[in-house]
Design a protein around this ligand. Sequence first.
Ligand code: EPU
Length: 337
Amino acid sequence: MVAGNSMKSTFNAQIYNTFGIEVRAAEYVEYETVDELKSLVPDLIQKRVLHIGGGSNLLFTQDFDGVVLHSRILGVEQVDEDADSVLVRVGAGMMWDDLVAETIAHRWYGIENLSLIPGEVGASAVQNIGAYGVEAKDVIERVECVDLHTGESRTFMNAECHYGYRQSIFKQEWRGRYAVTYVLYRLSKTFHPCLDYGNIRSHLNPNSEVTAESVRDVIIKIRREKLPDPAVMGNAGSFFVNPVVSREKFEALRQEYPMMPFYDVPNGVKIPAGWLIEQSGWKGKSLGAAAVHSRQALVLVNRGGASGQDILRLSDAVCAAVCEKFGISIHPEVNVI
Ligand code: EPU
């Protein structure tokens, strides 16, 4: 069935998700423009609505009895420029990594460390994606949305998005209320390499100049080594967020575990959940068809045929083991539906 230009399937639409969980929605609707999205709003008021991006941060535990929305708004447009930077307006439905490649080709810099993150541009603004010392919030200037209750447009400036580590107002106060249509990124005309996270430097060729392309290549290599390809083995990247503990709790743990990695953050100390899970003995372990990845314990994988409930059961077991050993609660980063 077709509504306007939007693509609408009404019966048992299979919902794409990188975990590879077989799940269906009552309705699945894709739209290509802001006006199309607005025309859909009156029909959404009485229904359960789930707006998805690339399906790379979702865990479905059952079929979805409502409308699944997906943006196909594309396009990269330079809308402003000054001596040092450009402002680029990007459709929410564009694949994130295609944007990274395109910005580097234009010599617009700032997101090369976010290479190969799965998902779409809209999710970069909702999820505040981050990797290797850079977060989307560092370059987002504003976010254009449509209010799914009224059909009105609204623009959120960066400060209004209340960004934090994997957090934004779109996941909190306005969860489910706004659909992101365009994201505006302020990118630099000069390349400022950000190489201090982990082992990026050691992967770069010491005899050649560091360029945005070489940083992108290194990050792609590191990610491919550690993170499973969802096309081969279902997964949603990091399944958990890294917990932040108080300084007192951290000092007490460090006495016992002097090798524990950590990062100072404004409200305490962040400890890698992958390390906690590995130390709890779960790295590479399975529970039925759900497993903790053998090269990065922060990632749970579908070994084939796992249900959402299977993954949740494993998640609960891992959380319980970490809590028992370290007295730290860890929580899923993925959106559990
Ligand atoms: N570690 C272990 N065992 C593991 C995994 C990690 O001991 O199984 C240790 C590592 O040795 C290292 C530390 O934990 O000392 C941090 O590991 P890593 O650099 O792999 O990063 P992370 O904290 O586990 C976060 C992001 C990733 C992002 C990387 C790099 C979150 C939830 N995850 O992982 O993001 O790629 O940093 O910046 O913050 C994603 O969100 O899907 C994702 C992959």
